[in-house]
Design a protein around this ligand. Structure first.
Ligand SMILES: Cc1ncc(COP(=O)(O)O)c(C=O)c1O
Length: 399
């Protein structure tokens, strides 16, 4: 069940991919003096950097890889603590562990993103990074987060995997902190099947992210640094076919966001006009959000559970992929000191909010996010009205 970009795959992507097939160059590296080499990945990096107002960009194999390369770029390794919210996809947490760091879980607030109030309570002398996650397309409270980062001398990595295209106070998400990481998997705003992007304005972070993604090489692997590679990297490279597909999708990003904005506004207006007692909407930190989902908050978890059951869904506390309580591999993780840092119900505010929250799909139709009921980017006004009325009737019946 995909995100909006996946619904709109067509001629643009086909043309881009066919050019690569005709060129014979499948790797991101090719002979620069051969006009047949189309440089799709490099072009994608350039256009993505432009769209996100950043100087530098590295295309990688996925959002998880983008997070790992970003964390290494910022100097995360053994013993370094990274603050990350307990409501996120498991990859935000496992990427930190994979590069040797220690995730420290923070609460969320009613925007369903990192609660800035909880940040100072979780900082220790080992903390180096704050990693807000722009969950469900909604930017985190970046003003407060950046203020705290400055106050405590911390770096900020924005996990933008669910929020490509969102704006916060006039800035694209990912360009506000030190580094931004994006996913182009099938559920995201735009997709190439699997892919990821890292953006930054800092040359050193760029070189380190690039090096980690490709065996320690300096950007664009010109060969000159052989013998003086400073970083141990792995292979997270994007290939030309994937880059070409992503280029076709990137051209559609702004129209996707425009369409979703209108569809969500109509759906939400019908629910607002119904004036249902005890039902409200999550806090949106900036109207520049992606509008991929509509998140509702009920006064009690009992009501949320009843409503969710009636629409064949779960309250967000039961959306298995995105809640720390449901990540058995994280809860059973034993660190180098032999202790288990994570346990069920350790984040009481997060647990309360998620038990009262329900997602309706607008552009991302994903049962893993608790969003199997709702509309998609192809829904017309009649279908939106029908779905909204169906939802209102259901809520009135069970409440
Ligand atoms: C918030 C968040 N971070 C990281 C990821 C990982 O991205 P990918 O699946 O492309 O590795 C995802 C993907 O679902 C995500 O939603």
């Amino acid at each position: 069940m995909p995100g909006p970009g996946a619904f709109l795959v067509g001629e643009e992507e086909r043309r881009e991919v066919e050019e690569v097939m005709q060129s014979g160059y499948l790797s991101r590296y090719g002979r620069e003096d051969d006009p047949r080499f189309k440089r799709k990945v490099v072009t994608l990096e350039k256009l993505f950097a432009e769209r996100t107002n950043c100087k530098y960009c590295v295309a990688v194999n996925g959002g998880t890889g983008a997070l790992m390369a970003s964390l290494v770029a910022l100097g995360v390794g053994e013993g370094v603590e990274v603050l990350v919210p307990g409501y996120t996809f498991v990859a935000s947490i496992s990427a930190i562990i994979a590069v040797g760091g220690t995730p420290v879980l923070t609460e969320i607030d009613e925007s369903l993103t990192m609660d800035p109030e909880d940040i100072p309570k979780k900082i220790t002398e080992k903390t180096k990074i704050i990693m807000p996650v722009h969950m469900l397309g909604n930017p985190s409270d970046m003003e407060k987060i950046m203020e705290l980062a400055r106050k405590y001398n911390l770096l900020v990595l924005e996990d933008c995997c669910q929020a490509l295209g969102a704006w916060y106070r006039g800035n694209p998400v990912g360009s506000i902190g030190d580094v931004g990481a994006f996913s182009l998997n099938i559920n995201k705003t735009i997709t190439c099947g699997d892919g990821g992007m890292v953006i930054t304005n800092n040359k050193n972070y760029y070189e380190r992210a690039f090096g980690y993604h490709d065996q320690g090489h300096k950007p664009l692997r010109m060969g000159v640094e052989i013998g003086s590679r400073s970083l141990i990297g792995i292979n997270l490279r994007m290939n030309e076919l994937t880059g070409a597909f992503a280029l076709g999708q990137l051209k559609k990003l702004d129209s996707i966001l425009e369409i979703l904005k209108k569809k969500k506004a109509l759906f939400k207006k019908i629910l607002i006009d119904a004036n249902i007692d005890g039902m409200s909407f999550r806090k949106i930190n900036d109207p520049g959000e992606c509008n991929t989902l509509l998140t509702l908050l009920f006064e009690s978890s009992e009501t949320a559970t009843k409503v969710a059951e009636a629409i064949g869904s779960n309250p967000l506390s039961g959306s298995g992929w995105h809640v720390y309580n449901n990540m058995e591999q994280i809860l059973s993780y034993t660190d180098r000191n032999g202790s288990r840092p994570y346990r069920k119900n350790m984040l009481t505010r997060t647990d309360d909010i998620l038990s009262r929250a329900i997602n309706l799909s607008i552009g991302v139709v994903d049962p893993g996010l608790g969003a199997s009921f709702g509309i998609n980017i192809l829904s017309d006004d009649r279908e939106i009205e029908r779905k909204a009325e169906e939802f209102i009737e259901t809520v009135r019946r069970v409440m």
